[in-house]
Design a protein around this ligand. Sequence first.
Ligand SMILES: Cc1cc2nc3c(=O)[nH]c(=O)nc-3n(C[C@H](O)[C@H](O)[C@H](O)COP(=O)(O)OP(=O)(O)OC[C@H]3O[C@@H](n4cnc5c(N)ncnc54)[C@H](O)[C@@H]3O)c2cc1C
Length: 418
Amino acid sequence: MTQYSALAVLRNALSGNTGWTRAWRDPEPKPAYDVVIIGSGHGVATAYYLAKEHGIRNIAVLDKGWLGGGNIGRNTTIIRSNYMLDGNTQFYEWSMKLWEGLSHEINFNTMVSHRGLYNLAHTPGQWDQMARRGNIMRLNGIDAELFTLPELKRRVRYLDYSPTARFPIYGALHQPRAGTVRHDAVAWGYARAADKLGVDIIQNCEVTGFLRDTAGRVTGVSTTRGDIGAGKVGMAVAGNSSLLADKVGLKLPIESHVLQAFVSEPIKPLVDHVITFGAGHFYVSQSDKGGLVFGGDLDGYNSYAQRGNLPTVEHVVTEGKTLIPQIARVKLVRSWGGIMDMSMDGSPIICKSPIDGLYLNAGWCYGGFKATPASGWCFAWTIAKDVPHEFNAKFTLDRFRRGVPIDEKGQGPVPGWH
Ligand SMILES: Cc1cc2nc3c(=O)[nH]c(=O)nc-3n(C[C@H](O)[C@H](O)[C@H](O)COP(=O)(O)OP(=O)(O)OC[C@H]3O[C@@H](n4cnc5c(N)ncnc54)[C@H](O)[C@@H]3O)c2cc1C
């Protein structure tokens, strides 16, 4: 496999670009593997860390579609670790640390950009809450700054700061190390690195059921390309989690909802950071090509369709125009949707399932892209060692039964609100 480098680019430029090799193989499924991972989002990261950190190389990652066709390639690319609840804080900061060295580690430019993220505050109550969050972040060694209105105006000039605005801006909580990462490069980079370590990535291979022995242990999967045996099976299928778990008789505390993303026509550089407008459900960054990449809230109904509806488009662009009036005439050129696995407390599940041989990775809501490295790393640890790492020890399935949710937003058990 070609080692990507400036020299490789030069060498190939001089030889008509004929020397590049395939980034990953397209193997036929084998009859059995030590570990089968279902889903090629967090699944490819999991396979990579299983092979690299735990020496397990007889692995298949199965996906019903194409690599990167799920939420890993549909999100708005924001990474951050501005959490404040025990469990979330350590986990998301670990992910941020893994992002920092990722491109070098997997020899793939994932375009990690620490451009900073501003969470806008619009009420005195929100401002107090942000001060509390920022203090907790700093006590945990995570970067955070609180900006008053004059300082925010100096740094971010283009927002509507008028005191008569529908939601006047009070200030902002800023995380300087937060930013964006090119999402599909993450899927491709992890896939290439896992493939290099011997992992089979098998696309167009839908898991339709589970194989079990007489004791009930999961021993493999039925797929559209035949049965595949497995010592252990990991499930990382996002919005399809409840449907797939149902096939093994497991009921998950997860609802599936659509979340849409939008890209405008390219404009000159304006937004050189990420802005979130929580009061109005709008957030935005700008891609290197100039498009404003933005999103808002869930479509609000349960769905398994990877597309949304026009009222949400209208709602989100209206919020954008409220916050940044000068984008009123910018054209919207693309939009798409992804199926979110909304958990009852807004936090994920990474654990052994109650069924022997089956491991769960789900409940990412709309924040699982930034978790990709830590999710893969912790899921690999849990599958390899049969115990959670301390970073995912709180992300159990039975926390809902035991009544110890990790409710970062304090919204209660309403998955559509997290
Ligand atoms: C519009 C939008 C914006 C977002 N913005 C952000 C953001 O800015 N920052 C952030 O951190 N997060 C964001 N997210 C959330 C983030 O993208 C997801 O939480 C994360 O990518 C989930 O990863 P995953 O691996 O669990 O899911 P996916 O990447 O969806 O992977 C699951 C895979 O499982 C496959 N699959 C499903 N069923 C089966 C089956 N039966 N057999 C085989 N394969 C199957 C699917 O084809 C899919 O490829 C956003 C999501 C969306 C949709």
